[in-house]
Write a protein that binds this ligand. Structure first.
Ligand code: 2RA
Length: 337
């Protein structure tokens, strides 16, 4: 396979290389693309150095089978025709195409078969918070249709990029050394020792675009009329997102029934014994593949309610691993150019 990574120098671009190697993805040739800012940089993959090439409108993608793209919505929109015009499959991590009717939005543990119907050669990778949540929802939906979801997210700095992670570390250092001036560049406010209930742009209905993604993307991925109310919060954590989830189903699902369903579901690890302090925490989930689930219990506010807590690595399963798993599914089902 000839594989491209577009946005190679970013947090997700770097994770694509790591995951492709970890997953032993069949990469016979690798081509890295980036913006003016990163063109010329060199990265090593499986012991070989690769130079980031400037992304341009030409025939560079002519012989490429799959392009893993994480370069933002504007770049995805501008370069999708160039990337796909010779038959290259574009797996895009941006929000640009996620809700397009002719672009599948895929989480392999939930709706892999949707990836086989990509008339534009584009497959969209969902938002990280959505990916992590639907991996846990899928086994429960099989038990009883989920009618309503409420979710509060605790999102890591990594969701705002490498620079945001560096800034968080700097803020902690500045506070530790009693600096009066705290560096605030990527966040609306200081993140260290704080939480910010604002990710992406506020909409007229008072939800942010990040919160609306969880509503719209969950419905598309699960082919469901489920209603989702999200509150998405940035927290001073480096790279794993946490989510407190409440669901209401058509019939009651007991915590034990849910636990058994979680334990047999792909992509999930149950880590749940609060009495021995066993529950997922972001610091211990970093760089891990699965979504971890704990705090499983009845929702006391609803007759058919269940509530639980999940944690997943935002850069890995929340982005790069999910995209690579889509690529693996395509290969298993005869990706043809
Ligand atoms: C965030 N989900 O966490 C968004 C984009 N990665 O900022």
């Amino acid at each position: 396979m000839k594989v491209a990574i577009v946005g190679a120098s970013g947090a997700v671009g770097q994770e694509f290389m790591k995951v492709l190697d970890e997953q032993n993805f069949p990469v016979d040739e690798l081509v890295l693309f980036g913006s003016e800012r990163s063109a010329g940089r060199i990265f090593t993959f499986r012991g070989k150095d690769y130079v980031v090439q400037l992304l341009r409108h030409n025939d560079d993608f002519k012989d490429i089978d799959i392009a893993f793209v994480s370069a933002g919505a504007n770049t995805a929109k501008e370069f999708a025709p160039t990337i796909t015009k010779h038959g290259c499959i574009m797996i895009d991590n941006s929000s640009q195409f996620r809700l397009d009717d002719d672009v599948p939005l895929v989480v392999p543990e939930v709706n892999p078969e949707d990836a086989l119907n990509a008339p534009r050669g584009i497959i969209a990778n969902p938002n990280c918070t959505t990916i992590l949540m639907v991996v846990a929802l899928k086994p429960l939906e099989r038990l009883s249709h989920i009618k309503n979801i409420q979710v509060a997210t605790y999102q890591a700095a990594s969701g705002a990029g490498l620079e945001a992670m560096d800034e968080l570390a700097l803020q902690h250092a500045e506070i530790a050394f009693n600096h009066d001036e705290i560096t605030v560049r990527h966040f609306q406010h200081q993140l260290a020792y704080n939480v910010i209930p604002h990710i992406d742009v506020f909409q007229p209905n008072g939800y942010t675009r990040e919160e609306e993604k969880m509503y719209n993307e969950t419905r598309k991925i699960m082919h469901s009329d489920v209603r989702v109310s999200a509150t998405c919060v940035r927290v001073p954590v480096m790279r794993s997102h946490s989510e407190a989830i409440w669901i209401e189903t058509e019939r009651p699902i007991s915590p034990d029934e849910a636990r058994r369903a979680f334990m047999s579901a792909p992509g999930l690890v149950v880590y749940d014994n609060p009495y021995t302090n066993k529950y997922p925490m972001p610091l211990f989930v970093n760089h891990k593949d699965p979504v971890y689930v704990g705090r499983i219990r009845e929702d006391l506010s609803s007759d058919n309610g269940l509530t639980f807590w999940i944690v997943g690595d935002q850069i890995k399963k929340g982005a790069a691993l999910n995209a690579v798993q889509i690529g693996q599914y395509l290969l298993q089902h005869g990706l043809n150019r």
